[in-house]
Design a protein around this ligand. Structure first.
Ligand SMILES: [Zn+2]
Length: 220
């Protein structure tokens, strides 16, 4: 074991994450499996615990030294934070908020295909929040940048931790306010309006992207 952190309680059991040495051989009947492969395999609460474990492990591993003066950091007793004893810099686990937005126009939804998607899959738009932005401003900027369309009536939908590696997806719905679709070539291969009863292949049931699309497809 390289290092470990307490995660919290689950069903009365104390849970810890453990960082293993790279040459660790799992015991008979056990295996080492990546978090992504467990998405949809584990129960929700266990997957959430795994996601928490991976992110806290990564924060622990990469904050052993102060990012400002390189002094060895000290774990703070009552907080998920590390403090530098020399310059007092405090480092918390990193979370990167990102918006995800379903843009609709009457009975149609704007879906796009990113270069990394399988060739037949389309999804709603998403992007990281920039420092100094409100979430609503991110929604407007991302939609404008990625497909050249203006939106209005931005409403909160729900959120989902996305631990690959440390995002928090914050979902919104918005309605079309103007412009023609012009995909941003580096981020979007293709984008189009799809009727809610004639949708292309979309992401898996577990994603907030799919929850947004299902919500729209089933709306009156
Ligand atoms: Zn320091």
């Amino acid at each position: 074991m390289v290092r470990s952190q307490f995660l919290g309680m689950l069903d009365g059991d104390a849970c810890y994450e453990v960082e293993l040495a790279t040459d660790t051989v799992p015991p008979d009947g056990m295996d080492l499996v990546g978090l992504r492969e467990l998405h949809g395999v584990l129960e929700d609460d266990l997957f959430a615990l795994g996601a928490r474990a991976v992110q806290i492990k990564e924060w622990d591993r990469t904050h052993q030294y102060c990012g400002h003066c390189a002094t060895v950091t000290v774990q703070m007793p009552n907080e998920r934070a590390k403090r530098c004893p020399k310059c007092s810099l405090v480092s918390y686990p990193r979370l990167s908020p990102a918006i995800i937005v379903l843009v609709s126009r009457d009975d149609e939804v704007l879906l796009a295909r990113a270069p990394r998607f399988p060739t037949t899959m389309y999804s709603v738009l998403a992007g990281f929040v920039e420092p100094g932005e409100s979430l609503e401003e991110t929604v407007i900027r991302e939609v404008r940048e990625e497909v050249g369309v203006e939106v209005k009536d931005i409403r909160y939908f729900g959120s989902q931790p996305w631990p690959f590696p440390n995002s928090l997806m914050i979902g919104f719905t918005a309605t079309y306010a103007g412009g023609e679709i012009v995909p941003e070539p580096n981020e979007i291969v293709e984008a189009a309006w799809f009727h809610k009863h004639n949708l292309p292949q979309v992401p898996s049931k577990l994603s907030i992207a799919r929850q947004l699309i299902d919500w729209f497809a089933e709306s009156d």
